[in-house]
Design a protein around this ligand. Structure first.
Ligand SMILES: C[S@@+](CC[C@H](N)C(=O)[O-])C[C@H]1O[C@@H](n2cnc3c(N)ncnc32)[C@H](O)[C@@H]1O
Ligand SMILES: [Zn+2]
Ligand SMILES: [Zn+2]
Length: 393
């Protein structure tokens, strides 16, 4: 975590400012290909506000140190959040998940020594509504290292933006996973990019990208209670994420305030008609009602069936009569026409997550309109829209 991030962070429980205590920091080994911009309003490293014209130099110090271990304390509700392995963990009651952190640093902080296990209602909500989602995606991003070579194409189709349009912008990737799209934005001059994810995928992205780049920041947190100050980002995008929360429309509403006035929002969610046939949808839902309750590793083993099943579907598709004869096999949703491991990964990605809502174009357009967005655009991938938040509202 770089000091630069402090300007954007806020307490996920009450929305107030956080204070940072640093326990262990490293000079960052920086691959300085990006000339990122400096702090905008408040410089956390110097501890001073940034005046309009009195900061001719970029804020190098704010990016020159990687805070590996530290504590974020809310100035209003006294919420405590650890920074471990370079990632701020901004989830309600997160210290309960990091007992070793508490033992290691309690001599440095009386608040840490005095804390008792959290009884916060948000924590209970987390266990009931988000833990299963967190676990299934953590498993996915820590198990699968393979990627297809189509991230750039997908980014354009799903966000309606090219990475080069984002030079000099402050951007938030909501549900960044292991950071496939952060990787595209990192080399853009002057672009500060923040990735938010519910699980430990954020750690992987920090190791592989955040720790090497002066302009890439990772945060572990819940988009339903986003740990950021309102209006912090010129562009917020969320690609393939909101439909994995308990309520997609609510998820959309919770990220709208993060967009700066005059800034943009882009989301891609699953399409209501994506399986094309009601019977396929029925079979998928029936299987998912079982697989979403299994431990991730079991779903992982089962997902290996995608190898032979995908191959069989591919062979049957070659002729019309074999396609008809093999029709029952097509009822199973598995990825075909992809390398073997990607088939397994995508099949896991389909059957493991607890929530998987699907939406129509009208619904998503309606969310943008209700939130007062203008310049609405429908992007090539179903269903993806972008819009601009009005400057005055
Ligand atoms: C299908 S993955 C997509 C990841 C990434 N956008 C990509 O396309 O590679 C969905 C991601 O959303 C994250 N996610 C799900 N619910 C979330 C929540 N409530 N808050 C933050 N992230 C969440 C998951 O941890 C997971 O990494
Ligand atoms: Zn600064
Ligand atoms: Zn607070």
């Amino acid at each position: 975590m770089k000091y630069r991030l402090m300007e954007m962070l806020a307490c996920p429980e009450c929305g107030n400012a956080l204070e940072l205590s640093v326990f262990h920091a490293l000079p960052r080994e920086c691959v300085a290909t990006s000339r990122a911009t400096g702090c905008r309003r408040w410089c956390a490293y110097r501890g001073t506000p940034v005046g309009q014209g009195d900061r001719p130099e970029p804020c190098d110090e704010c990016r020159g140190v990687e805070v590996e271990e530290g504590l974020l304390t809310c100035i209003a509700c006294s919420g405590l959040f650890p920074v471990t392995e370079g990632v701020p963990r901004l989830l309600a009651g997160a210290l309960d998940d990091w007992p070793a952190f508490v033992t290691r640093w309690k001599d440095k902080s009386p608040a840490l020594a005095a804390r008792v296990a959290s009884t916060d209602p948000r924590r209970r909500e987390f266990e009931a509504r988000y833990r299963a989602t967190q676990r299934s995606f953590e498993f996915e991003w820590l198990e699968f290292r393979e990627t297809e070579d189509n991230d750039l194409v997908n980014f354009r189709r799903r966000s309606g933006k090219g990475p080069d349009e984002l030079r000099g912008r402050t951007v938030l990737d909501v549900g960044c996973g292991m950071g496939r799209y952060l990787r595209l934005l990192a080399p853009q001059d002057g672009c500060d990019v923040v990735g938010l994810d519910l699980g430990r995928a954020a750690e992987r992205a920090q190791r592989e990208l955040g720790a090497l780049r002066p302009n890439v920041h990772l945060v572990q947190g819940n988009l339903m209670h986003p740990p950021f100050r309102p209006g912090s980002f010129d562009l917020v995008y969320s690609l393939g994420v909101l439909h994995h929360t308990p309520n997609t429309a609510q998820a959309f509403k919770s990220i709208v305030p993060l967009v700066a006035k005059g800034g943009e929002l882009a989301v891609w969610v699953y399409y209501a008609d994506m399986l094309r046939h009601p019977l396929r949808l029925w079979v998928s839902d029936a299987l998912r009602s079982v697989t979403t309750r299994m431990p991730p590793r079991w779903v992982y083993y089962l997902a290996h069936l995608a190898g032979p099943l995908g191959w069989a579907q591919q062979v049957l598709l070659r002729r019309r009569w074999t396609t008809l004869l093999g029709a029952p096999l097509f009822l199973f949703t598995v990825r075909i026409k992809a390398p073997w491991r990607i088939r397994v990964m995508d099949t896991y990605d389909w059957y493991a997550p607890r929530y998987q809502w699907k939406h129509t174009h009208d619904e998503v357009r309606g969310w943008f309109e209700a939130a007062g967005f203008s310049e609405l655009r429908r992007n090539p991938e179903d269903v993806s829209f972008s819009g601009r938040r009005p400057r005055f509202s």
